[in-house]
Each structure stands twice: as C-alpha cells, then as structure tokens.
Design a protein around this ligand. Structure first.
Ligand code: GLN
Length: 304
C-alpha cells in the first residue's frame, strides 16, 4: 500500500478544517497557548516502511498517551498477576479524572488508562525503579531518539493537579498505593509532560504491532501475550468514555491524550500517530479522530 500518498491525501482533506470544531485543552497555560491550526500524522509498518505528513515533526505534550508506555514498563517488571490485583480492566464509562467510581469501588481504579489507574501504575514504577528516568529511557530506545520532559508543563500539572492528588489520596487511603502520594503524583505529572512528535510516537508504539518485539532491537519489550493485552486495553479503555465510539467508528486500539495526540495500532501491520490540538467534548483530538476515520476508510485496516 502507498501509505505516503494516503497520509498526504488525509492531510489535504483535514487542513481546510483546522480551527473549526473542538477546543484546545485550557487547564494549564502551556497547553492553552498551543495553536489549534496544526495537524500531523505518521506511521511505521512492521517491515520498517515510514510515512508522515503535515506537522509530523512538531513536538507536542503526549499527556495520557504516556499511560501506554508506563503500563508497558510496569508489565515488564511485575510478577504474575500482581499489577492486576490493584488495577482493573474494565472501561470506565466516566471522564478520565472522575472520583465517583473510585469511591464506590474501594480504591481500585477501573483500568490503567484513566488517571487513577495511571497513578496506580506510577506507584508500581516507583517501587520498581526510577519512574521518571526509566520511562524516558524506554521511550528513547523505542523511538530511536532522546525525548524530554517539558518542565513548564510538569510544574503546571503539579500546580493545578488537585483532582489527581485527590485520586491518589483516595487510593492511598484504600491501600492501593505503596509510596507517598506526593512522590507518586510527581511521577505522574512528569510523564504527562513528556514532549514527542508524531514520527517518534509512531515508532515508539512499534512493539505493539510486533507481538511485543522492540521495533529496532528485535528483542522483546514485553511478551506477545502482554502486547495483546495492552492492545485490548487501548481498544476498550484508551479513549476515555468515547472508547465505544472509537471501536465502532475506527476499529483500532487507540490511546489519546489531551495534548491532541492519538496513537493507534494495527496489529501485525503498523503503528501510527495523529496529532491536532483541538479536542472534542470527550477530550479526544477532534480532527485526529476524523483523520483516523479517513485512514481506516482509505486502507480498509481494522482489527475486526
Ligand atoms: N495531565 C492530564 C491530567 O492528568 C492528562 C489527562 C489526559 O491526557 N487525559 O488531567
């Protein structure tokens, strides 16, 4: 398939709509001032073919897309079922920062991709090593380039992170977290503040379309069974309470972030990333979602 022409066509179809529909995340200044007039898309196939179009090398805040990679690290390091004794695997049907469910479900987050779940994963990473540094090392290895944390975004996440700290306190009260709340949310805020571009994210997710094998090194990042589980969680829980709509309309495992990025996987075929900063009501990139719909329509790719 001529992926470069397909991405160029999608870029041409999307660009006239930039600035119409959706709103850039506004909870911190560093995200609020990002221009919504940007769109990028990149992919890498399992056999190493790359294609990219639009603003595919402009770095953006990966935000909740980081949850895929932090979960991967925690899966690598956890024995048996220990991770899943603290974190569920059900879609939440609630906004990503909802407190209500956590109260009624006694401090066990529904899944690793809502904020509470990712905070519980960050707690595991602290117990298992150096959470912040280990994630950067993994991402640099997977994308083949150094990646960094934006210190201004990390600080603003901390300054405004009252709900996330509340979620962490709740879980600490129920015994879900082993480490101090301040240390756990610090790791979470820093992972949200990592900056990458579409090309880097598409490369980094390559292990998810290769049964867990590293996209360059050819060694396992996680096992094939674990990679299938990450993909299953992305499909059912990766786009907040729009996951049903995504499965219905796009049919690929996806994980979005409020920076406007969405990473998607076509198992055994390719990994891709789209980015456009304006978000719809569910917190997913408005035009990124549209671009993924165009991509599956033009390629016929789907997990179903
Ligand atoms: N930093 C954001 C938060 O924790 C990330 C949320 C997201 O991308 N869904 O609220």
């Amino acid at each position: 398939m001529d992926f470069q022409s397909i991405l160029d066509e999608i870029n041409e179809e999307i660009r006239p709509h930039l600035g119409s529909g959706g709103k850039v995340a506004s909870y911190i200044p560093a995200l609020a001032r990002v221009s919504p007039l940007q769109f990028g898309m990149a992919l890498r196939t399992c056999d190493g073919q790359e294609a990219a179009s639009g603003d595919s090398t402009v770095a953006f805040s990966i935000q909740s897309m980081s949850k895929v990679f932090s979960l991967t690290l925690a899966m690598q390091r956890s024995k048996g079922n220990e991770l899943w004794e603290r974190i569920g695997r059900e879609p939440s049907g609630s906004p990503f920062n909802s407190l209500v469910q956590l109260e009624s479900e006694r401090g066990i987050p529904r899944n690793p991709f809502i904020n509470a779940g990712a905070i519980a994963v960050a707690d595991r990473l602290i117990s298992q090593g150096d959470a912040k540094a280990d994630l950067l090392v993994l991402l640099a290895s997977l994308s083949g380039e150094a990646v960094a944390i934006d210190p201004e975004v990390a600080q603003s996440e901390a300054d405004t992170g009252f709900r996330n700290t509340a979620l962490a306190n709740f879980m600490k009260g129920f015994g879900t977290l082993d480490n101090e709340v301040a240390e756990v949310v610090d790791a979470y805020f820093h992972q949200c503040a990592i900056r990458m571009n579409c090309v880097q994210v598409a490369r980094a997710a390559g292990y998810l379309c290769r049964d867990g094998m590293h996209p360059y090194a050819g060694t396992p990042v996680i096992t094939g069974k674990q990679a299938r589980r990450v993909n299953a969680l992305m499909l059912t829980c990766g786009t907040y309470d729009a996951a049903g709509e995504f499965a219905f309309g796009i049919g690929l495992p996806c994980k979005s972030g409020v920076g406007g990025g969405i990473v998607a996987v076509v198992p055994d075929t390719l990994s891709l990333c789209v980015w456009s900063p304006a978000l719809d009501k569910t917190g997913n990139s408005h035009l990124g979602t549209r671009a993924l719909e165009l991509f599956v329509a033009k390629t016929g790719l789907s997990v179903f």
